[in-house]
Design a protein around this ligand. Structure first.
Ligand code: PEP
Ligand code: MN
Length: 276
């Protein structure tokens, strides 16, 4: 994407005012800081409800959790599928939290959109053009994660697919990119936030969990994300991370998440963002 390309729907030249994505009474975009938290995967009703209650109490605005999981190995837990969607529906009913959950294929979009308040397109699917197309042809907001080895320009062009098919409700998400560094799972590229703010009107949030891969680093990266001007966070939380079927090593405990939320508020205030 060229910053001076006037045809780009995602570009600031075309739309100078920030896009605010509204979901369930929450406004995601300039002026607010939105926190989406929950387990990597929906594993059971109990695990999901317990997490939902705890993250809500700590101040999260949306519940995240995957029913369909894109796993590197075909032998790893692949998610509960439609049963996972039913569990998310129960969690929403009980807590009132809006749901963000991943959709992995174009055919599944109508089914997942019945439950999700925000459809997540995972890093591995950032350039699945049929999926981008299908998400662009429906009206639920889309959380588009940056690919493991994708440039900012490629991310914006993937968002352009969704907007050009008629859906303007797109939130971008930085989740770390692959580099030579081994002490973290991925390298969190926080420079994307001011770059996207300059090039585009779309909101951008940060996922420090998949970037770090290690729980201990998540709080500092979360605070840095608020400070750099991100519009929100996507954080993995599990009531018993040591027993998680997926991404336990990077999941915060509910107590850890509660402590983190308390440290984010003064930073949000300092950068002029409301964190309810
Ligand atoms: C996830 O959010 O659990 C996930 C699989 O993330 P990513 O697509 O960024 O790896
Ligand atoms: Mn995960």
């Amino acid at each position: 994407m060229k910053a001076d390309n006037k045809r780009m729907l995602v570009g600031r030249e075309r739309k100078p005012a920030d896009t605010v994505v509204r979901v369930n009474g929450i406004a995601i975009g300039e002026g607010t800081f939105t926190v989406m938290a929950g387990p990597c995967a929906v594993e059971s009703l109990e695990q999901t409800l317990e997490t939902a209650r705890r993250v809500k109490k700590a101040g999260a605005h949306l519940l995240r959790g995957g029913a369909f999981k894109p796993r590197t190995s075909p032998y790893s837990f692949q998610g509960l599928g439609s049963k996972g969607l039913e569990i998310l529906t129960r969690a929403k009913k009980e807590t009132g939290l809006a749901i963000v959950t991943e959709v992995m294929s174009a055919e599944d979009v109508p089914m997942v959109a019945l439950v999700a308040d925000i459809l997540q397109i995972g890093a591995r699917n950032m350039q699945n053009f049929n999926l981008l197309d299908a998400c662009g042809r429906q009206s639920k907001p889309v959380l588009l994660k940056r690919g493991l080895m994708s440039t900012i320009e490629e991310l914006l062009l993937s968002a352009e697919y969704i907007l050009s098919r008629g859906n303007p409700h797109v939130i971008l998400c930085e989740r770390g990119v692959r580099t030579f560094e081994k002490y973290t799972r991925n390298t969190l590229d926080l420079s994307i936030v001011p770059v996207v703010k300059k090039l585009s009107h779309l909101p951008i949030i940060v996922d420090p969990s998949h970037a770090a891969g290690i729980r201990d680093y998540v709080p500092a990266l979360s605070r840095a994300s608020v400070a750099v001007g991100a519009d929100g966070l996507l954080v993995e939380v599990h009531p018993r991370p040591e027993r998680a079927k997926c991404d336990g090593s990077q999941s915060l405990t509910p107590d850890g998440f509660d402590r983190l939320m308390k440290t984010l508020r003064p930073i949000a205030r300092a950068v002029g963002k409301k964190l309810r």
